[in-house]
Write a new protein. Structure first.
Lengths: 404, 100, 114
């Protein structure tokens, strides 16, 4: 019974935790600009992150190492510093995006400019990490995150044609605006395959003391959880496709995104949107800040643990205590949260080979995984997506920056 | 306790080993130690390829997918007795003349 | 056993199960010949810098007049080599915990609710 409960919890975490600033924004932009055409990008990203999350969990369960710990050991400090820097930088930008998302939700709710909300938001995030336990963060985020199912409800009330939606699953080239199409596709993949997702999952597996008995739970959680999560992102895209696309409205200002829910669900939709945006981004911010602390502490062998009092793991606590206000400063500085989010997603895609290949090497090392090393499907799928996403980002990112 | 004097393994890794004539033999990959009572005796040094290309292929070798694509080659690693090493200058390890 | 693969960069755990740091360095002594042995492991200090950038390490040691707060654990104190390296030492009493204690006393500990 307990194992069934764990699976249910894991799946709920996948659903509730999937949508955040990046996946919501990129899905909205994709739906508004290209209708159903980019659903395949969400599918590709979802499949890739499902594989990566499963791997991170398997690594923790079999080797009893968290990912940064195993990476330092396997590659030595020199070749650990590169992925460390890449993941840290990308995660920091995404953290700032999530804080931006929370502040936007508060601006929608109160009318007070989002920049004023940066500091209170940062303080709340920090306080929850300071006083909370890992279980609180993990379960609270996933349970409350179920409010993002509002997008599924809204999408259904808009009566999409299942056949047309299904056609969007087939990868194809753009019918117009190629540069924007590929940039959006790559941002979607970056949003889905954010490193913080599988790093945090790995830390969680160690905090929860998984062992080899958890391998099946891990596979189900990763597969089913991520798939359902991806479905929520598709729902957001469908909303944008049916609400904004027919009117030719592109999402280039954040004020346009609430329409996704207000159009089908009227007043209730507005408050559901505010709630969903707030919870999804707040939860993601908690996870990313924690993940950054794990990354540094585990890489350098310091005491770590969210269940410990801060004074018992002082350097670990210092990392998130420093990183959260710095990320808030980015929002305070007035950078457009929408642009920040979209660029962070593209940068994530660009950095995928650096952040993903070390994990792949570990997953093929019998010293860490014994007989549970990767099959060829996981290897090829993840390697292919990372390589292609990086190459496309290499071309699309400069074009987008030059274009705007 | 402050560290005593002695050769630091971590500073040896990756360093180029030359023979007594100055010809490059390869780079130090790792060091083998065997238990001897309570202590561990250092017995061998593993020397791998010198060239950057060979190192790149060795890295590619670690991923089965890249191996299958021909982008990885198993590096040639030589196992030399530790006593062959002369470490008067730890930054420039050399093989003793008698060994040639 | 390969020292680089199995000892270097591994997690060090003290006698009470506390995480003490990573093995940043391994001392071989006497270093040469038939009698070469592992003398012990080094945690912290400038040790790590030597593998990142030697020039930086040399500069740091000049400034600090030594290896900083590097902690040496003699091999005799190493009790187990496996997933972690277990050592028969009290981590908070060593210099390996110097920065952890400093951050606790001067930064984190000063914030209410720590």
């Amino acid at each position: 019974m307990s194992k069934l409960f764990e699976i249910a919890l894991g799946v709920i975490t996948g659903i509730g935790g999937f949508l955040e600033a990046g996946s919501l924004t990129t899905a909205a932009q994709a739906g508004a600009a290209f209708g159903y055409q980019l659903i395949w990008a969400i599918a590709v990203g979802t499949v890739c992150i499902a594989f990566l999350v499963e791997m991170a969990g398997r690594l923790a369960a079999v080797s009893r190492h968290a990912l940064p710990d195993a990476m330092r050991e396997r590659f030595g400090i020199r070749f650990f510093l590169l992925p460390l820097a890449a993941v840290a930088l990308v995660s920091f930008l995404v953290l700032a995006s999530e804080i931006g998302g929370v502040t936007l939700a508060l601006e929608f709710a109160t009318g007070i400019s989002h920049r004023w909300w940066a500091i209170p938001t940062a303080l709340s995030i920090w306080l929850l990490l300071w006083k909370g336990t890992f279980g609180m963060v993990e379960k609270g985020t996933s349970m409350l995150g179920l409010v993002t199912l509002a997008f599924v409800v809204a999408a259904l009330t808009l009566h999409p044609h299942p056949a047309e939606v299904a056609r969007g699953l087939v990868p194809r080239g753009p019918t117009h605006d190629a540069a924007r199409y590929w940039f959006t596709a790559v941002s979607i993949v970056g949003a889905s395959v954010s490193p913080y997702l599988f790093y945090f999952y790995s830390a969680g597996a160690v905090e929860d003391q998984w062992d080899e008995g958890y391998l099946t739970i891990n596979r189900i959680t990763a597969g089913v959880g991520m798939t359902f999560g991806g479905a929520v992102a598709v729902a957001a895209l469908v909303c944008a496709a049916l609400v904004l696309h027919p009117q030719g409205i592109q999402v280039d200002r954040f004020e346009q995104i609430p329409f996704l829910l207000t159009s089908p669900l009227a007043r209730a939709g507005f408050w559901l949107f505010v709630g969903a945006l707030f919870i999804a981004c707040f939860g993601a911010a908690l996870e990313i800040a924690l993940q950054l602390a794990y990354l540094v502490a585990q890489g350098f062998g310091w005491r770590w643990g969210e269940n410990l009092q801060p004074r018992e793991a002082a350097r670990f606590a210092l990392v998130y205590t420093v990183v959260i206000p710095l990320a808030a400063l980015v929002i305070l500085s007035g950078i457009d949260p929408l642009k920040l989010t979209v660029i962070s997603m593209a940068l994530t895609a660009l950095s995928l080979p650096v952040t993903v290949v070390p994990l792949l090497i570990l997953m093929n090392d019998p010293q860490y995984l014994n007989e549970h090393t990767n099959g060829w499907v996981s290897n090829v799928a993840v390697l292919a997506v990372s390589a292609i996403a990086c190459l496309v980002a290499l071309v699309a990112l400069p074009l987008e920056i030059l274009g705007s | 306790m402050t560290p005593p004097s002695g050769v630091r393994l971590e500073r040896l890794l990756g360093r180029l080993v030359r023979d007594h004539l100055g010809v490059s033999v390869g780079r130090i990959e790792d060091v083998v130690a065997e238990p001897a009572g309570d202590a561990y005796r250092v017995t061998h040094v593993l020397v791998g390829p010198d060239g950057r290309l060979a190192q790149l292929f060795a890295a590619g070798y670690q991923l089965p997918t890249l191996r299958a694509l021909g982008l990885g080659r198993k590096p040639r690693i030589r196992r030399l007795p530790w006593s062959w090493l002369e470490l008067s200058d730890p930054d420039r390890p050399r093989l003793r003349a008698e060994v040639a | 056993m390969l020292i680089g693969r199995d000892i270097l960069d591994q997690q060090v755990v003290d006698r009470a199960g506390r995480l003490m740091g990573k093995v940043d360095g391994v001392v071989l002594g006497p270093p040469e010949g038939e009698d070469a042995r592992i003398a012990g492991i080094v945690i912290g200090g400038t040790t790590l810098l030597w593998r990142i950038h030697r020039g930086l390490a040399r500069w740091a040691e000049r400034k600090l007049g030594g290896e900083g707060r590097a902690t040496f654990v003699p091999w005799a104190k190493v009790t187990k080599i496996g997933i972690d390296i277990k050592v028969d030492v009290d981590a908070p009493r060593t210099r390996a915990f110097h920065w952890e204690n400093w951050v606790r006393d001067h930064l984190i500990g000063r914030i209410p609710g720590a």
